[in-house]
Ligand binder design. Structure first.
Ligand SMILES: [Zn+2]
Length: 285
């Protein structure tokens, strides 16, 4: 039964059905933040990389180390890619991370690798923007919604050519780090964690929005590396992403990546997670 508008008579009843969480938190392996936090105070800095504005840099983080991404000179968003350092086919899976943890990540959430690996690559252990929560527009910080700004979408929408989108920056950084040709490295670049970016969906139209990041110099997001990682971070040409990207118009600042090694034995009981246990037969056996 429906009225002449094609709206069924029980439309409101259907809309009123309560949602269920797709992946309840209690189905995931427990995160022992206490173990990580106990290991952090004695950790020593072993490497640092400064990411120039509108550019990207690669960095290595051994399993069992911490890495911190900091705002240093002004509000700046970073686009993060992660790979298994020993196998670049295992890379960060923003879509499943979003499905498991929500649209934005913070302390206790993990960055998961793609299929068929699907294991934690890194765990968020500190977030100085954790206070931000959810603003009146539905905005939150550190999203796994957006993909990364790229020259193809820019070409599609504006007809222009721009070479310093995060996709291109990450491509150059990976090519330089691995010695791969640019075209080969590009195929390894993937959807990002938007570090410090403040985003959401409009309540009325469901459109993806961004707004000026609340990040200020001194703020940071810190991770524990669960496996040996190769990372690449782009300081987005959008700067604080308050207005536009894919251009040189926005004020942009560097980002700092630091790597810390815990003292020997400080993370007793921790072991690097194995790849997913599914047998990969897909019903063919
Ligand atoms: Zn970008």
């Amino acid at each position: 039964m429906s009225n002449h508008d094609g709206i069924p008579e029980d439309a409101e009843a259907r809309r009123a059905i309560r949602p269920v969480i797709c992946y309840p938190d209690d189905g995931l392996p427990a995160v022992d933040l206490g173990r990580y936090r106990a290991a952090r105070p004695g950790a020593a800095k072993v490497a640092e990389v400064t990411v120039p504005p509108r550019d990207a840099r690669a960095f290595h983080v051994p399993a069992g180390h911490f890495f911190r991404i900091s705002s240093v000179e002004g509000p700046q968003v970073g686009d993060l890619n992660l790979w298994n350092a020993a196998n670049l086919e295992e890379k960060f899976f923003s879509g499943k991370t979003r499905a498991l943890h929500g649209t934005h990540v913070t302390v206790g959430d993990r960055l998961w690798s793609c299929l068929p690996f699907l294991r934690p690559m890194a765990t968020v252990v500190e977030d100085t923007l954790g206070w931000y929560g959810t603003d009146a527009y539905g905005g939150r910080v550190h999203d796994v919604i957006g993909t990364r700004c790229d020259p193809y979408t820019h070409q599609l929408l504006s007809g222009g050519t721009y070479h310093h989108c995060c996709h291109s920056n990450l491509t150059r950084a990976l090519a330089e780090e691995t010695g791969q040709a640019v075209g080969e490295a590009e195929m390894r670049v993937h959807d990002v964690l938007n570090v410090f970016m403040c985003t959401g969906f409009t309540a009325d139209t469901g459109q993806y929005f961004m707004k000026a990041s609340p990040v200020r110099p001194g703020d940071y997001l810190e991770f524990f590396a669960e496996i040996d990682l190769l990372g690449a971070l782009s300081a987005c040409p959008g700067g604080d992403c308050s207005a536009e990207h894919s251009s040189d118009a926005a004020a942009c600042y560097p980002l700092l990546v630091e790597v810390f090694r815990p003292a020997d034995g400080a993370i007793a009981g921790w072991s690097s997670p194995a790849v997913n246990a599914y047998d990969r037969s897909h019903g063919t056996k």
